[in-house]
Ligand binder design. Structure first.
Ligand code: PLP
Length: 398
């Protein structure tokens, strides 16, 4: 491998911004107090948590005391679902989620279902969007929660979240959104959009891994999953990861200030890459809606090469180009059809062919030039394993 690697897997995780790392370092060295301690070191840690809470709240235009720190996006999603239904699911009722939620929502939903909670999986169109009318039809008198992700980790599509949340609100049902992929990349305004619970994760927007938050709108009844001390209003008791939370706060602050410029630049890179690939490789298919999508997210299928997606990833890996075949959380399923694509109506052969490119803050125009040389050559090198007509969408897009 000669040239510098090109990292194109920002949907899996991002490089921590150097400013985030700098801000964290003192809290890993000598400023190590427990935020619950009354002495000066403890008070300093407590104040740092307060500042991070304010920074996250400002990014989302919400109140600092509505931000609960957790250890991951997965934990935030679990706290939202089990927190509403109760850890033992003792209260029954009904949950509506989209048909292509991340496993961090889909799996808790499955567990709740095993315990007798009714679960409706609202369909997703071939464009990767949920129709608010379908959600309205799914809500029942006993629905206790709606959970629909803001942006898909696979298709990268941005849901009509304002309309979906409004449907839930109009029926008096709390609305949770897994905004792990969207936070820090697209504007989210909780004063405007009636979201009651929102999950985010620092490592998806140039913060550290192992730190997340659940935003809980005042008045949303939630029970804790963990029991212990009284941290995070008793809803997430444990000694806080001060350095990580400081990193989350700084990542949120940078995202708030730099989002418009970052997004415009990344969209420019993404579109140049997409248009360049479409021009040189006529069988290039974008998965999901063409413009209702995250700035950096480019999930592709190359016609006729569906069975070779993993080989393509390995070939590119050998060239120092890092991308993904779908959710990093299910790399054990590499080569299997993508669950999200199946939900969007793709047939199982095409659903095996996903190649997910996800750009971030640190990708450059020179990298796009290099990709436009290497990727078409590598795709042409693959031996077509499937010959089928260009039915890239088995269901019509809405
Ligand atoms: N939700 C979505 C949409 C994700 O993409 C991810 C991570 O891939 C998660 C939840 C889980 O977040 P974390 O890795 O912080 O547990």
């Amino acid at each position: 491998m000669s040239a510098r690697p090109i990292y194109l897997d920002n949907a899996a995780t991002t490089c921590p911004d150097p400013r985030v790392v700098e801000a964290m370092l003192p809290w890993l060295r000598d400023r190590f107090g427990n935020a619950s301690s009354l002495h000066e070191a403890g008070r300093a840690a407590h104040a740092a948590l307060g500042e991070a809470r304010r920074q996250v709240a400002e990014l989302l235009n919400t109140l600092p005391d509505e931000v609960l720190f957790t250890a991951s996006g997965t934990e935030s999603d679990n706290l939202a679902l089990f927190g509403i239904f109760g850890p033992a699911g003792e209260r029954g009722g009904h949950l509506a989620i989209s048909a292509f939620e991340h496993a961090a929502v889909a799996e808790p939903a499955r567990r709740l279902e095993e315990r007798g909670v009714g679960v409706t999986r609202v369909p997703v169109g071939a464009d990767g969007l949920v129709d608010p009318d379908d959600l309205a039809r799914a809500i029942r008198p006993d629905t206790r929660l709606v959970s629909i992700m803001t942006a898909s980790n696979i298709a990268g599509t941005l849901q009509p979240i304002e309309e979906l949340a409004a449907v839930a609100r109009s029926r008096g049902v709390p609305f949770h959104t897994d905004a792990v992929q969207a936070t820090g990349k697209v504007p989210l305004d909780l004063q405007r959009v009636p979201i009651d619970l929102l999950s985010l994760s620092a490592h998806k927007f140039h913060g550290p891994p192992g730190v997340g938050a659940l935003v809980v709108r005042r008045g949303t009844g939630l029970v804790p999953l963990l029991h212990g001390g009284g941290q995070e209003q008793g809803l997430r008791p444990a000694t806080e990861n001060v350095a990580g939370i400081v990193g989350l706060g700084v990542a949120a602050d940078i995202a708030r200030r730099e989002m418009p410029d970052d997004a415009a630049r990344i969209v420019g890179l993404r579109d140049r890459l997409l248009e360049g690939l479409e021009a040189t490789l006529p069988g290039t298919r974008l998965v999901g809606h063409r413009w209702r999508r995250l700035p950096g997210h480019l999930p592709l299928i190359f016609d006729g090469q569906e069975g070779e997606a993993i080989r393509l990833l390995l070939d590119l890996d050998a060239e120092g180009i890092f991308l993904s075949s779908g959710s990093a959380c299910s790399s054990a399923r590499a080569g299997q059809p993508s669950r999200a694509l199946l939900a969007m109506g793709y047939d199982p052969i095409r659903a095996r062919g996903l190649v997910r490119i996800s750009l971030g803050r640190f990708n450059t125009s020179e990298e796009i030039d290099r990709l436009l040389e290497i990727i078409p050559a590598r795709v042409r090198n693959l031996r077509p394993t499937v010959t089928r007509p260009n039915h890239h969408m088995e269901r019509s897009a809405r």
